[in-house]
Ligand binder design. Structure first.
Ligand SMILES: Cc1ncc(COP(=O)(O)O)c(C=O)c1O
Length: 366
């Protein structure tokens, strides 16, 4: 058997006709930049998320940059976030001359430790970027309360969390802004790069619409200097097709996760779904001490695994000059050594998931 971590080909096959028609519609219309396809997807995705405004953009990194630009952050202001995330979460802080400050995570969920967050806030802290890692939101009610108390602007990095919920609400409800990536492997992924910024606040949406398209108010009138961060119309049309399937695909991911929960050997550690969260399993994470031999064994059986992420951001060469130390964020650092992502995607078959469980069992019983 050959089981990829994510099977994009199987996904495309399942919706080929619809996607091909949508692409042809864009080609026939020659409406490639902004226009009706982008507008329709923005409206449909905002409705899906139950957030007032959706603004398509070039990718998830651009979405985070736009969110920080809209936050009103000033040079040297502190931005709190976690070290166990993809570097885009912190790159955008540097883009706006903010100061990156890390808070460690909880071992059970790999999400921000809210007690540690509260302790890390200083007078200079202006923004908090919450990461919905692997597809799970942290306790956003508590985070909202803390943010209100300390007047923090909250950005949800929901790049991995399309359709996730905390107490029945998706990203964009508790935060000031939520940012999505539509990178192909994401739960809602396009066929290239894409992203979106979601907000319930009119004035933030207005700012973001300016920043995303050269600060334009009309074709050649520019209120500010902005960016060319627009979502491509072809990607918007593809995303609109896929959005109609997202709830069904999310249910399937959750069903596979329950199968893994029930059937993986108890010796193997897991990242758990917290009470109050609806985890959408962008990734299903196990924790093992003998990671390399397990991954080699599974690879030999044709099972592709991943590591998200092998080096926390505080230890990345890119941040060597910022003075973070090894051991400063022990939970994130420990997770980075033990975590393995095993295949999970909507089209995973009963046979495939059983094969994966059987081989993990076989390895740990050796
Ligand atoms: C947590 C997180 N934030 C941000 C991003 C950036 O998204 P993109 O690759 O679309 O720029 C990603 C995507 O990999 C991500 O996983």
């Amino acid at each position: 058997m050959n089981i990829p971590l994510v099977d994009l080909k199987a996904n495309y096959r399942s919706i080929k006709k619809e996607v091909d028609t949508a692409i042809q519609d864009v080609l026939d219309s020659c409406s490639f930049i902004m226009g009706p396809f982008v507008k329709k997807f923005e409206e449909d995705f905002a409705r899906f998320c139950q957030v007032k405004h959706g603004i398509g953009c070039a990718n998830g990194t651009a979405a985070l940059h736009l969110a920080l630009l809209a936050s009103g952050i000033k040079k040297g202001d502190e931005v709190l976030t976690v070290p166990n995330t993809f570097i885009a979460t912190t790159e955008c802080i540097s883009y706006v001359d903010g100061k990156i400050k890390f808070v460690d995570v909880e071992p059970q969920t790999a999400l921000i430790n809210i007690d540690a967050l509260e302790k890390a806030i200083t007078k200079k802290t202006k923004v908090l970027i919450v990461v919905d890692l692997y597809g799970q939101m942290p306790d956003m009610q508590r985070i909202r309360e803390i943010a209100v108390k300390h007047d923090l602007f909250v950005i949800e990095d929901a790049a991995q969390a399309h359709a996730a919920e905390w107490m029945g609400h998706q990203p964009g409800f508790y935060g000031d802004i939520a940012c999505f990536s539509f990178f192909p492997a994401k739960n809602l992924g396009c066929y290239g790069d894409g992203g979106a910024v979601m907000t319930n606040y009119d004035e933030l949406a207005e700012k973001i619409r300016l920043f995303v398209n050269h600060g334009r108010t009309t074709k050649y009138e520019h209120m500010i200097e902005g960016y060319n961060y627009r979502l491509d119309a072809l990607q918007a049309a593809i995303l609109d097709v896929k959005l109609a399937h997202l709830s069904k695909w999310t249910d399937l991911r959750r069903e596979h996760a329950r199968f893994y929960d029930r059937n993986l050997p108890s010796k193997v550690g897991r990242i758990i779904e917290a009470k109050g969260a609806k985890h959408v399993y962008y990734m299903y994470e196990i924790r093992v001490q003998q990671r390399e031999p397990l991954m080699t064994y599974l690879k030999q059986q044709g099972i592709e695994c991943g590591i998200h992420y092998p080096l926390p951001l505080n230890l990345q060469p890119a941040y060597a000059s910022l003075g973070f130390k090894k051991g400063q964020f022990p939970v994130s650092e420990q997770l980075a050594q033990e975590i393995v992502s095993i295949p999970i995607f909507p089209e995973l078959t009963d046979q495939q998931r059983q094969f994966i469980v059987d081989h993990i069992k076989k390895f740990v019983s050796q």
